[in-house]
Design a protein around this ligand. Structure first.
Ligand code: KIV
Length: 311
């Protein structure tokens, strides 16, 4: 296995470097940390990672941001350089990198190396480790133990778990131990079998339950909440009522942030993708064409040619 080409993360800068607004300042731009101007989330000092405080300040400024999943060195370094402020090592690695059909079977042991790879290959983004099914449901204590592993062994800066009011005590236990927690409610893929498939949550009367769940997660100390497959009107209400950022996926445009699985976003995923997915590229087509062209050259004896040979 080759070592990552990206240098290790430099030390986090001290509070004095953050400017009065606490935002990222303005290295390379004219808006600034010196004045405390509300610089954009990713537009500032280039030598520390985004923090949960930056995300909180972005909410107060009404600044939207994008989160992507990442499971490996290449995607992490590309998204980090592209200015994506938060990378989620999602348990969606299960069905996007590890060959499972859903997220239920993936384990902590399988996700930890991916978290390490993403942390080692990024310098600016806040890296969130997703806690897989079975690694936190049993008790707040189990959640804390798993979260500690992702922070200590994985090097993550935050963890994520799924559920509403029923995991509020779990969130509280981790937050009280000093671990930033991202919550995830609405459709929760780890419960796909209990929910009877990939279905929109929070329609009709169920909307009140979803709003109550989001409040319970905020009160337990979560720094942000993912809203998945939720009616846009409900997500808008939750976003207006909560003081922490909401991150939508299939939850309309009014969330504070959006997240997509990177292989969906880049058009690498084969087969059907959900309606909320917008493909910003056709990586599957590009890679397939490249592989076929390479194979054709090899079969024809035109690769390697003189320019790609040593004498
Ligand atoms: O694992 C994942 O990719 C997620 C996102 C869909 C939020 O949880």
């Amino acid at each position: 296995m080759s070592t990552p080409s990206v240098s290790p993360t430099p030390p986090t800068s001290g509070p004095d470097e953050l400017g009065a607004a606490g935002a990222l300042g303005a290295a390379g731009s004219s808006a600034g940390s010196a004045t405390g101007n509300p610089a954009t989330l990713y537009g500032g000092v280039a030598h520390r990672r985004v923090t949960i405080r930056d995300l909180q300040l972005a909410k107060q400024r009404g600044e939207r941001w994008a989160m992507l999943t990442s499971y490996d060195q290449m995607s992490a370094s590309i998204f980090d350089e592209a200015g994506i402020p938060v990378l989620l090592v999602g348990d969606s690695a299960a069905n996007n990198a590890l060959g499972y059909t859903d997220t239920v079977q993936v384990t902590v042991e399988e996700l930890l190396p991916l978290v390490r790879a993403v942390v080692r290959s990024s310098q600016r983004a806040l890296v969130v480790a997703d806690m897989p099914f079975g690694s936190y449901q049993r008790s707040p204590d189990q959640a804390l133990s798993t979260a500690i592993r992702f922070m200590k062994e994985g090097g993550a800066q935050a963890v994520k778990l799924e559920g509403g009011t029923r995991v509020a005590a779990h969130v509280r236990a981790m937050v009280e131990a000093g671990i930033p927690v991202m919550a995830h409610t609405g459709f929760t893929p780890q419960s796909v079998h209990a929910l009877g498939g990939y279905r929109v949550q929070g329609r009709g009367d169920d909307g009140e339950r979803l709003v109550a769940d989001a409040h319970a997660l905020q009160e337990a100390g979560a720094f942000a909440v993912v809203l998945e497959l939720v009616p846009a009107e409900v997500a808008k209400r939750v976003t207006a009522e909560l003081t922490i950022p909401t991150i939508g996926i299939g939850a309309g445009v009014d969330c504070d942030a959006q997240v997509l699985v990177w292989t969906d976003m880049a058009g690498l995923t084969g087969g059907r993708t959900p309606r909320f997915v917008k493909k910003y590229a056709d990586l599957r087509g590009v890679l397939s064409a490249a592989a076929q062209a390479y194979q054709a050259d090899v079969v024809a004896g035109t690769y390697p040619d003189g320019a790609h040979s040593y004498h």
